[in-house]
Design a protein around this ligand. Structure first.
Ligand code: ZN
Length: 403
């Protein structure tokens, strides 16, 4: 364990261990959105939306329906419950009176339930709407991370690299929890790449759980100005040599995530270099929302300090031979072509045969925060977890938010 486990030992600033007990109380309250003391908070993960009907089973299952004539239903024995979600209402099939216009929470003392054939931890909340139910899994954030680890990275990587990534994932999740609760949203995170890929219990395995436990409660928080608030610890596959500032990518700064840093460690990534060839038609289709005709010219107008493309000038040949130009952000071009195909905005443009467009680039992902391949290689090279984190989140501090 690279960390001290004492109740009041952390927060820790990178590079220097500081005993700051006077900060612990305030920082602790600020970090934990549920304001619990020593317990890990519960996170609400959106599993599915617009569901018309579903089956839930388990041993000794209980449903709490505060907005129903029957407010509590319990069933012992492995028998599936059928739920229907219709017209702003959720109802238990075959039980008149068990109809709710509000959320229904289903749980089991065993701690697990089956949603169809999928094993789910802790509880399931059904939120009815006109379009059907949103299914939300409410569970301990540490168990959530067990199911994120192999969705976003790999437990086979070195313990130091995985620990750094788990801390980033925990910090990101905690940040999203705070934001969701401020907005009074019905869930905190999605289970897809829109937030973090959550594989559920199918993604769990012993090594992943051990590596999550190794950093239990550890989060990255913003510096002294906003002491104790978790940072939105972005990460991405491969930076290609330099990470980027959130304001350069999304036009908006993020507390605790500063401008880009040099990364010398991701050269072994299979995604370090890439090339994409688009036919004239494919590029025209990608930029069709600009509705100016066929693309006849494409040039990089400006780049950020990281080398990523800021703005492009696109020349279109329209009806009647009219030529017009438009300014297109590099990140917009990437999204319009498809962010999996067009791997990053660190690219240059070439022309190929048949007037095809060739994009040669580096890295994969938005480039903000931690470079996962860089972290992987740093871990293999013997760097410690705090060294990896301080490389990619230089203005953040590390602290233990719960024991
Ligand atoms: Zn990198």
């Amino acid at each position: 364990m690279p960390y001290s486990k004492g109740r009041r030992i952390l927060p820790v600033s990178f590079g220097t261990l500081l005993l700051l007990p006077h900060l612990v109380g305030a920082a602790h309250a600020a970090v934990d959105p549920a304001k619990s003391s020593d317990e890990a908070p519960k996170i609400r993960v959106l599993l599915k939306e617009k569901v018309g009907s579903l089956e839930i089973s388990g041993w000794d299952v209980e449903a709490l329906m505060p907005r129903s004539a029957i407010q509590r239903v319990r069933r012992v024995g492995r028998q599936a419950w059928k739920w229907k979600c219709l017209a702003d209402r959720v109802e238990l099939d075959g039980m008149p009176g068990a109809q709710s216009r509000g959320p229904v929470e289903i749980q089991s003392p065993a701690g697990t339930l089956f949603l169809g054939s999928i094993l789910v931890r802790e509880s399931i909340i059904l939120h009815p709407s006109k379009a059907g139910c949103s299914i939300v899994n409410r569970l301990d954030i540490e168990r959530y991370l067990d199911g994120v680890l192999n969705g976003e990275f790999s437990s086979k990587w070195s313990p130091e690299a995985v620990s750094a990534q788990v801390i980033a994932a925990r910090s990101y999740a905690l940040y999203q929890m705070r934001e969701a609760r401020r907005r009074r949203a019905i869930f905190d995170v999605e289970s897809s790449i829109r937030d973090q890929v959550y594989l559920g219990t199918q993604g769990e395995e012993a090594r992943a759980s051990q590596l999550v436990a190794r950093t239990r409660g550890m989060v990255l928080v913003a510096g002294p100005a906003r002491a104790g608030e978790p940072i939105k610890a972005f990460y991405h596959s491969t930076c290609g040599g330099h990470t980027d500032a959130p304001e350069d990518v999304w036009g908006k700064s993020q507390t605790g995530v500063r401008g880009g840093v040099v990364c010398e460690h991701c050269g072994s990534s299979p995604r370090f270099n890439w090339q994409l060839r688009l036919t004239p038609r494919q590029l025209d289709e990608a930029l069709a929302s600009y509705k100016n005709g066929s693309v006849i010219g494409l040039e990089v107008l400006s780049r950020f300090s990281s080398g990523r493309v800021n703005k492009l000038k696109v020349a279109f040949l329209g009806k009647g031979g009219v030529i017009s130009t438009r300014i297109v952000p590099g990140s917009q071009l990437r999204m319009l072509v498809g962010s999996e195909k067009f791997r990053s905005t660190a690219f240059r443009i070439l022309r190929g045969e048949g007037d095809s467009w060739i994009f040669e680039g580096r890295g994969y992902g938005h480039g903000v925060g931690m470079c996962q391949w860089g972290a992987k290689e740093m871990g293999s090279a013997g760097f410690q977890v705090h060294e990896i984190l301080s490389r990619y989140y230089p203005s953040a501090r590390l602290m233990r938010a719960w024991q």
